[in-house]
Design a protein around this ligand. Structure first.
Ligand code: ARG
Length: 608
C-alpha cells in the first residue's frame, strides 16, 4: 500500500539525500517493482527518482534507463538502447490508482504524473485520521538527546540557548516518529571549580545559612571566588583540598555543593520554562561512580596507555591522545563522557545517542566515539546501531560580526533576551491595534490574549531565527530581522497560519462537518501544487531526523506558506463554487503548518 511505499523509499534514500531536502518519490515502490520486471537479472537496482524539471511532463522522473543500459549492454538482454529500457520500465509499472499518466523523454527518462484524485484522497484521509498517521517510522526505538547542558555556576550563554533550541526540536521530531526519547541535561556539575566555590561559600557564610537570596547572582559569586582563588595562595590550597573532600564524599562539602547546584538549577529552569522545554538532568556527577569501572573495561581491552604521567587512549590520525585520567589522578570531561556512554548503552539501552554542542567540541566527540568503536561498544559501520552523532552548531554573532554579547555584561542573560523579544512583540501588537482602531475596525483583544500572543510570537521568533539556518553556520542575532513580519521569519509564518484560520472562521462553516461530508478536489494547478507539497511533509520530517537538520523542516514550512499564497491568490475560497473543497485544503495546510510549528517548539497563533 502507499504508506509502505513511503517507508521503503525512506530506508533506501539516506545517503543520496544527504543535506538536500528531497522531493517525495511516492512512486518509489512502483518503479522498483517495474525495474525488477524489466531486468530480472540485475539485482538490487536503486530507483533514481527526481522531481521533473518541467512540470508539464509530470511530477517525478525516473533516471535509471541510462545506467541500466551501460550495465547490461552486451550481456545478451533484448534491449537495443536506453530508450527501450525506459519504455519497458514504463510499461511494467504496476497498475495503481496513484499514477495518472506516464511518458518517455530523451534517452529513456520515465515521467510519472500522480493522480490528483489519489492525492486528494490521501489528504482527506489525513484530515480524518489526524496528522500523526503521517509520521514516518524510523528504525530506532530509543534515543538519547543530550542537549542544553550548561555548566553550574558558570554562565548559561547563547551557545547553550542554541543547544537547547536545536536539541528540543530534534527530540520533538524523533518523538513524532514514535521514537522513545530520553532528554538529557548533561550539566557540568562536577569540575574542579567546585573546590573554589565551596571554600568561598564557607568564607562568606561561616554559619552555613545559605539561600539563593544570599548568594544572589551566581555568576558574580563565581567571579569573586575566582579572583580570590587567583590572588590568594592560601585560599587556593584550601580550595584544592575542598575538591578532594567533596569527591571523598564528606558531608559538609557535599551539602555545600548541593546548595550551589540548586541555585544554578533554579536559574536554568526559568529559561526552560519560558521556552517550553523539558529535560531531565543527569549531570556529570551522576556518572562519576561509573568512571572507574568503565576505565577498567577499556583497560582490559588494552586501550589505555601511560603517557607523560597521565592515562590516555591514542586515536589513529590524532596527534594528541584522549586523556582519561589526569596526571594528578583526577577524572575529566572525557572520562565522564566515556562512563556516560557506557551507562547509556548498557543501562538505558539507547540505540542512538545524539549530542548537541557547538562545533568547537567536534574533536572531543570524534575522539571518544572512536575510542568506543575500538572498545567494540559501537559498530565500525556507522549505518548500524547503536550509533552516536555529534550535532555541532556555529556561533551566535552580534551585529558587529563578533560573538554575541550585550553592552553591559560580557555574556547575554538569556532570560533578558527572551523578555526583550516579548516586549518588542507586544509593542508591535499594540501598534497594529491602534492602526486598526483608526481605520474603524473593532479590536476585541483581552490583555491576557495580547500578552500570550506576544510571548508566543516573541519566543517563536527567537527559536525560528536559530533553526532556519543550517546549524553548522554562524548566525547573526538581530531582533529587527527576526521580528520582521515579512520574509522567512516566525512572525510571518505565524501570521500566515492565523490568516488561514481566519479564512475558515469567516466562512461560517463547521470544518468538522466538511471533513465528514465534503470532498477535496485538486483541480487547478495551484491547488495541485499545494496538495503535492502537503503530501511531502512526512518525507521532509524523515529527512530532518536522519540528517539531524531542523532547517530542512523550516524550509519546508516556508515553502508551504508560499505555496498557500500562490493558491489563495489564484483561487477564491469563500463564496466560490469550490468553497467546500478549498476550505478543506485550507484546513489541511493549517494542520500541517501547526505540526511544523509544534516540531519546531513554536506555539501556533490562531488570531492576529
Ligand atoms: N557542559 C558542556 C558545555 O557547556 C556540554 C556538555 C555536552 N554533553 C556531553 N555529554 N559532553 O560545553
Amino acid at each position: 500500500d502507499s504508506d509502505q511505499q513511503l517507508i521503503d523509499f525512506k530506508n533506501s534514500s539516506h545517503s543520496s539525500s544527504k543535506f538536500h531536502p528531497t522531493t517525495l518519490p511516492i512512486t518509489h515502490n512502483s518503479i522498483k517493482v517495474s525495474i525488477k520486471a524489466t531486468l530480472p537479472e540485475e539485482p538490487d537496482v536503486v530507483p533514481l527518482i527526481v522531481a521533473c524539471a518541467k512540470k508539464e511532463f509530470g511530477d517525478y522522473q525516473c533516471n535509471n534507463a541510462m545506467s541500466l543500459w551501460s550495465k547490461t549492454k552486451g550481456k545478451g538482454t533484448n534491449f537495443k538502447g536506453p530508450q527501450p529500457i525506459g519504455q519497458a520500465i514504463m510499461q511494467n509499472l504496476p497498475t495503481s490508482d496513484m499514477i495518472e499518466s506516464c511518458s518517455i523523454a530523451g534517452p529513456g527518462f520515465v515521467n510519472v504524473k500522480l493522480s490528483k484524485q489519489w492525492m486528494a484522497k490521501r489528504i482527506q484521509k489525513m484530515l480524518k485520521d489526524g496528522i500523526d498517521t503521517w509520521a514516518p517510522k524510523l528504525s530506532v526505538k530509543r534515543a538519547i538527546v543530550d542537549f542544553s547542558s550548561p555548566n553550574i555556576a558558570k554562565e548559561m550563554h547563547v551557545g547553550h540557548l542554541r543547544s537547547t533550541i536545536i536539541g528540543d526540536t530534534l527530540a520533538r521530531m524523533l518523538e513524532y516518529c514514535k521514537v522513545e526519547v530520553l532528554r538529557r541535561n548533561h550539566v557540568g556539575d562536577w569540575g574542579t571549580q567546585f573546590g573554589m566555590l565551596i571554600e568561598f561559600l564557607f568564607e562568606k557564610f561561616p554559619s552555613g545559612e545559605v539561600n539563593d537570596q544570599a548568594i544572589g547572582d551566581l555568576e558574580v559569586f563565581y567571579k569573586a571566588s575566582k579572583q580570590r582563588f587567583d590572588s590568594d595562595s592560601d585560599f587556593k590550597e584550601r580550595a584544592q583540598q575542598a575538591v578532594v573532600s567533596l569527591q571523598g564524599g564528606e558531608e559538609k562539602y557535599r551539602k555545600a555543593w548541593a546548595q550551589i547546584c540548586e541555585i544554578s538549577r533554579k536559574g536554568y529552569e526559568k529559561v526552560y520554562q519560558r521556552l517550553g522545554v523539558h529535560l531531565e538532568e543527569k549531570g556529570e556527577s551522576f556518572y562519576n561512580p561509573y568512571i572507574p569501572g568503565t576505565l577498567d573495561l577499556l583497560r582490559e581491552k588494552g586501550l589505555i596507555e601511560e603517557s607523560e604521567g597521565a592515562q590516555v587512549i591514542f586515536i589513529e590520525g590524532k596527534k594528541i591522545p584522549l586523556i582519561v585520567v589526569k596526571r594528578d589522578g583526577g577524572f575529566n570531561y572525557a572520562s565522564t563522557d566515556l562512563a556516560a556512554m557506557w551507562y547509556r548503552l548498557n543501562v538505558e539501552k539507547a540505540e542512538w545517542i545524539i549530542y548537541v554542542t557547538d562545533v568547537g567540541q567536534r574533536e572531543h566527540f570524534e575522539m571518544f566515539f572512536t575510542a568506543a568503536k575500538r572498545a567494540g561498544w559501537l559498530p565500525i559501520d556507522e549505518s548500524k546501531y547503536p550509533k552516536t552523532s555529534h550535532v555541532g552548531f556555529g556561533l551566535v554573532l552580534g551585529d558587529d560580526g563578533k560573538r554575541f554579547r550585550t553592552r553591559s555584561t560580557e555574556v547575554v542573560k538569556l532570560v533578558d533576551l527572551l523578555d526583550e523579544a516579548k516586549t518588542r512583540c507586544k509593542a508591535a501588537i499594540k501598534e497594529q491595534e491602534e492602526a486598526r482602531i483608526k481605520r474603524g475596525i473593532v479590536v476585541d483583544w483581552t490583555d491576557e490574549e495580547r500578552d500570550r500572543t506576544a510571548e508566543e510570537v516573541g519566543y517563536g521568533a527567537v527559536k525560528y531565527a536559530d533553526l532556519k539556518n543550517n546549524r553548522l553556520t554562524n548566525y547573526t542575532f538581530n531582533f529587527d530581522q527576526m521580528l520582521n513580519d515579512k520574509g522567512n521569519t516566525a512572525v510571518y509564518l505565524l501570521y500566515a497560519h492565523a490568516r488561514i484560520c481566519s479564512i475558515i472562521r469567516k466562512s461560517g462553516k463547521h470544518i468538522e462537518d466538511l471533513k465528514k461530508e465534503g470532498e477535496l478536489i485538486l483541480e487547478k494547478d495551484e491547488e495541485r501544487k499545494l496538495g503535492l507539497h502537503l503530501l511531502q511533509f512526512a518525507e521532509v520530517v524523515e529527512e530532518a531526523c536522519t540528517n539531524l537538520l531542523p532547517n530542512v523542516l523550516c524550509e519546508y514550512l516556508y515553502d508551504l506558506s508560499e505555496k498557500f499564497t500562490g493558491f489563495y491568490s489564484e483561487c477564491q475560497v469563500v463564496g466560490s463554487a469550490e468553497e467546500t473543497s478549498r476550505l478543506l485544503l485550507c484546513e489541511a495546510t493549517a494542520v500541517v503548518m501547526r505540526k511544523c510549528f509544534h516540531l519546531l517548539g513554536i506555539t501556533p497563533v490562531y488570531k492576529i
